[in-house]
Design a protein around this ligand. Structure first.
Ligand code: NDP
Length: 346
């Protein structure tokens, strides 16, 4: 019976259509209609409801070594989603259950039940499994605690502070008693980072005098710099770092979409600060750290429930809006975590 259902459902899916030479465009993506594979024991058929669009996808569009293999032309676009089970060939789930999965940019997905995470409505709204309770939230929490190791009274600076990961990093650091300074693009975003997320200050990296304004916002220097951006933003933070400061290197988004101009002196200068200030710098990918923090879901759900941490969603609607939402996120069009709702739960 399940095979009949998967064979008759039409599934729209985004595929990689062209590798960008510079900035990504809508022409890099195509839509195809697929026939879903028949369910095997241990699998579930899910209907995607909310799709996550994430910067790492832009890294996969380059044909170069990264922590994730490059996309090949014609390949389905991957991504996390919150979905509802349509039919199940595994005793762990039944039709109607809400799950967080690697569902991809498509309407339906067949996945292994063992890879699906049950969405517990008692903990938070379903979208949170793509935000604070999902990969995004754990990136902020794990990277900050495991590598940043902030202590009460220290100054924590985070770039891309109005975005999904950055907004959570700052709020977690505030919970730990730190002074928190964000860096974001534009005066309105910066004002909202302070007003909505409770940062102590937020500095506009696009404004004249950015480096001076950042120094003024960090009168005691910087003990932890949570790196999301790289480039000129990182260069402005470097001279402010205190002795033995820690830098969790989470992302370098200024380099993803086309190439940022490289100053040949920048690496020399950077290494000089690493030595002189005895900096600890460690890159991480979210899954490196999962085993360090079994308390994460309970802690984050508690913060969300109490209002100590606030989630903002930059919500788009409709399957045709997935690519515009992704391209807009890369350019800083939204505030908070960018999601696309493509169907209503039933
Ligand atoms: P965001 O929601 O923060 O969206 C990306 C933001 O990056 C934009 O809103 C924009 O904000 C900012 N940005 C874009 N281009 C530039 C630029 N040239 N200079 C400065 N800022 C820029 O995305 P996420 O929170 O999902 O991701 C943030 C970072 O975390 C990324 O680098 C991503 O790769 C990384 N990441 C790493 C993970 C890991 O496992 N290591 C996991 C998840 C994310 P603005 O308007 O302020 O310019």
């Amino acid at each position: 019976m399940t095979n009949v259902l998967t064979n008759t459902l039409k599934n729209r899916q985004y595929v990689f259509a062209a590798r960008p030479e510079d900035e990504a465009t809508a022409g890099c993506f195509g839509q195809v209609e697929t026939v879903l594979p028949a369910l095997k024991p241990g699998q579930i058929l899910c209907r995607n409801l909310w799709l996550s669009v994430d910067p790492y996808l832009r890294l996969k569009m380059h044909d170069r070594e990264s922590y994730t293999p490059p996309l090949q032309i014609g390949e389905a676009i991957p991504g996390n989603s919150v979905a509802q089970v349509v039919t199940s060939a595994d005793p762990a789930f039944e039709a109607g259950d809400m799950v967080a999965i690697s569902g991809g940019w498509q309407e339906y997905a067949v996945v292994r039940a063992a890879h699906a995470k049950r969405v517990d409505p008692a903990l938070s709204r379903p979208q949170s499994w793509l935000g604070a309770l999902g990969m995004t939230g754990f990136t902020a929490y794990g990277g900050l605690l495991s590598i940043g190791q902030p202590k009460a009274g220290e100054t924590v600076v985070v770039s891309a502070a109005a975005g999904a990961v950055g907004s959570l990093v700052g709020q977690i650091a505030r919970q730990l008693g730190c002074r928190v300074v964000g860096i974001a693009g534009g005066p309105e975003k910066c004002a909202r980072v302070v007003a909505d997320f409770g940062f102590d200050a937020c500095v506009d990296y696009r404004a004249e005098g950015f480096a001076g304004a950042l120094a003024a916002a960090c009168p005691k220097g910087v003990d932890v710099y949570f790196e999301n951006v790289g480039g000129k933003v990182a260069a402005a933070v470097m001279p402010l770092l205190n002795m033995f400061a820690r830098i969790p290197v989470c992302g370098l988004i200024s380099q993803y979409d086309g190439q940022s101009g490289t100053d040949p002196k920048a690496l020399e200068e950077f290494m000089r600060w690493v030595l002189v200030r005895r900096l600890t710098l460690r890159g991480f990918i979210v899954y490196d750290l999962y085993q360090n923090h079994p308390e994460f879901t309970d802690t984050m759900a508690g913060w969300l429930r109490s209002g100590a941490i606030r989630e903002e969603f930059n919500l788009h609607s409709g399957f045709d809006q997935v690519v515009p939402a992704f391209l807009g996120m890369l350019k800083g069009a939204g505030f908070g975590k960018t999601l696309v709702q493509i169907a209503e739960p039933v």
